[in-house]
Design a protein around this ligand. Structure first.
Ligand SMILES: Cc1cc2nc3c(=O)[nH]c(=O)nc-3n(C[C@H](O)[C@H](O)[C@H](O)COP(=O)(O)OP(=O)(O)OC[C@H]3O[C@@H](n4cnc5c(N)ncnc54)[C@H](O)[C@@H]3O)c2cc1C
Length: 427
C-alpha cells in the first residue's frame, strides 16, 4: 500500500492544490503535514525575529482551519517541528512513506530547504502552483520574461492567455496506520483581539485565516458591486472595503489565484466587465510578474544591489528603529507604521510611501525594510515583498529606476482631511 506525505508550505488549502491532488491520485494513504521550522522564527540580521505576532496568529488560524477541513475529509493535519530536511525523512521512515509531495517555491531559502530534503533518500515531487498563469504556457520562456511589467502584461493579453481552471477538492486517501493525530496545541489567542482600527481584522470570523473564510470572503466580495468600484477605491487607506483584501489568504495559500480569477470571470459574466473588474486582473498579473521574475533572476534578486549596480545602501539602526516604531516625525509615514505594528496590515499606497521614505528620505537599506515587512505583514509573500521593495529601491525592473513618493503630496491626495493620520496619531 503506497503512502505519501503531502508537505503543506504556502498552500494551506484543499481546493485547487495540484500537488495535493497529485499525491491523492498516486497513493492509497496520504499523510498531510506542516513543518514548523526553526528558521521561521530565527532572528534577522537586523535584530528582530523573523515572524512577528500578527503573522504567527494568522498562520495559527489557517493551520487550525486546514486541520478542521482535513478532518471533514476523513484525514487531518500533523504538525511537526524541526528542519524539514531532518524531520520529514524521519517521519517518512516512521510511516513507511514512499515519497513527499509539496509546492515549489522559487525563492533561495525555500529552494535550499527543498534541495536539502532532496539530498536524502526519499523522492520529493514539487509542483509549481502559486501563480495565476502557468509559466510553461507563457508566450515566452521564463528566462526571456520582459523586464518591464507593461510589456509582460501586453504579451500575455495579446496571446489571450488565461489561467487553467481551478481543480476540485481531491478525494483524500485515508490517514496512515501507526500514527495518531496529536491533540492540537494552539496558542492562547482567545484573549487576543486585533486593534479595532484594523483594515483586516483577522480576529473576526469573516477575516480568519483558512480556506473557508477565504471562500466566504470571495463570495461576499463578488456578490457585491465592489469589484466595479475597485479601480476608483483601491488607493484608499482605511477600512475593510477599499480593496479586495485577498492578499492574506493568497499569501498563505488558503486561496489560490486561479480560484479568485474564476470568481472574477463569473462576476463579469453576470454583471458585466468594467474598469474596476479589469484592474483586479491587472493587479493579479503584478503578483504573477514578481513570481516569474524569480524564475528568471533567482538569487540575483536577493543581492543588496538587486538587478542594479548601485552600492550597498547605508543602515542607521536608530533611524531604522524610529521608522519601525512610527516615530520619524513625518505624520503620514508614522501613522502607517503604527498601523502596521498594531494590525499586521497596511494599504498598498502606504506600503509604497513608507518604503520610499525609508529608502529615499532616510537613506536606509531596503533589505531592512523588506525584513520588517516580512516580520509584520499577515500577507507576507516572498515574491511580492521582494519584488515591490526592489522596484521602489530602483534595484528591480522599474523602467524609471525607482520611485520616490513625496509624503506631503501623498497626504494631500490620499488623506486630504487627515482622518487616517488622526486615526493613527497614537500607537
Ligand atoms: C513595499 C511593498 C511590499 C509589499 N509586500 C507584499 C507582500 O509581502 N505580500 C503581498 O501579498 N503583497 C505585497 N505588496 C503588494 C500590495 O501592497 C498588496 O498585495 C495589497 O496591498 C494587498 O491588499 P489587497 O489584497 O486588498 O490588494 P488589492 O488591491 O485588492 O489587489 C488584489 C490582489 O492583487 C495582488 N496585488 C495588488 N498589488 C500588488 C503589487 N503591488 N504587487 C504584487 N501583487 C499585488 C495581490 O495579490 C492582491 O491581493 C507589497 C507592496 C509594496 C509597495
Amino acid at each position: 500500500m503506497t503512502t505519501l506525505i503531502h508537505w503543506f508550505r504556502n498552500d494551506l488549502r484543499l481546493a485547487d492544490n495540484p500537488a495535493l491532488s497529485h499525491a491523492a491520485r498516486q497513493a492509497e494513504r496520504v499523510l498531510p503535514v506542516y513543518v514548523h521550522s526553526p528558521a521561521d522564527d530565527a532572528l534577522t540580521p537586523w535584530g528582530f525575529p523573523r515572524r512577528g505576532a500578527h503573522r504567527r496568529r494568522f498562520l495559527r488560524a489557517a493551520l487550525d482551519a486546514l486541520h478542521a477541513r482535513l478532518v471533514e475529509e476523513g484525514s487531518g493535519l500533523l504538525e511537526i517541528h524541526g528542519r524539514p530536511s531532518d524531520c520529514l525523512p524521519a517521519l517518512a521512515v516512521q510511516v513507511g512513506a514512499a515519497g513527499i509531495s509539496c509546492e515549489a517555491i522559487a525563492a533561495p531559502e525555500e529552494e535550499a530547504e527543498l534541495a536539502a530534503l532532496r539530498g536524502g533518500d526519499i523522492p520529493v515531487e514539487s509542483v509549481w502552483q502559486s501563480s495565476l498563469l502557468d509559466p510553461a504556457a507563457l508566450p515566452f520562456a521564463a528566462s526571456r520574461l520582459p523586464d518591464v511589467f507593461t510589456a509582460f502584461r501586453q504579451a500575455v493579453e495579446r496571446a489571450g492567455q488565461t489561467p487553467p481552471p481551478p481543480l476540485p477538492v481531491p478525494r483524500l486517501p485515508g490517514w496512515p496506520a501507526g500514527i495518531t493525530l496529536p491533540p492540537k496545541t494552539t496558542e492562547p489567542t482567545a484573549a487576543f483581539e486585533v486593534d479595532a482600527r484594523s483594515s483586516f481584522p483577522y480576529t473576526q470570523p469573516a477575516f480568519h485565516g483558512g480556506e473557508a473564510a477565504a471562500l466566504a470572503h470571495l463570495r461576499a466580495y463578488f456578490g457585491s458591486d465592489r469589484p466595479h468600484r475597485y479601480k476608483a477605491t483601491r488607493n484608499g487607506l482605511t477600512g475593510v472595503g477599499f480593496s479586495s483584501k485577498f492578499s492574506p489568504w493568497l499569501a498563505s495559500g488558503a486561496l489560490s489565484a486561479r480560484t479568485a480569477y474564476a470568481h472574477l470571470k463569473a462576476f463579469e459574466a453576470e454583471r458585466g466587465a468594467s474598469d474596476g473588474s479589469y484592474w483586479l486582473w491587472f493587479e493579479l498579473l503584478w503578483r504573477d510578474y514578481f513570481r516569474f521574475l524569480h524564475l528568471k533572476y533567482g538569487r540575483q534578486l536577493y543581492r543588496a544591489a538587486g538587478l542594479g549596480k548601485q552600492p550597498v545602501p547605508g543602515h542607521d539602526p536608530a533611524a531604522f528603529a524610529r521608522w519601525c516604531r512610527g516615530e520619524t516625525g513625518e505624520p503620514l509615514v508614522d501613522a502607517a507604521m503604527r498601523e502596521l505594528a498594531a494590525t499586521g496590515f497596511m494599504s498598498n499606497r502606504l506600503r509604497q510611501l513608507v518604503a520610499s521614505y525609508l529608502i529615499n528620505d532616510l537613506g536606509g537599506d531596503w533589505r531592512a525594510g523588506a525584513a520588517w515587512f516580512e516580520a509584520q505583514l499577515i500577507d507576507y509573500d516572498v515574491y511580492s515583498n521582494q519584488g515591490n521593495w526592489l522596484y521602489i529601491a530602483g534595484r528591480g525592473t522599474d523602467p524609471r529606476g525607482g520611485r520616490r513618493f513625496d509624503p506631503i503630496k501623498q497626504a494631500r491626495e490620499h488623506d486630504p482631511d487627515g482622518s487616517f493620520r488622526k486615526l493613527w496619531s497614537q500607537p
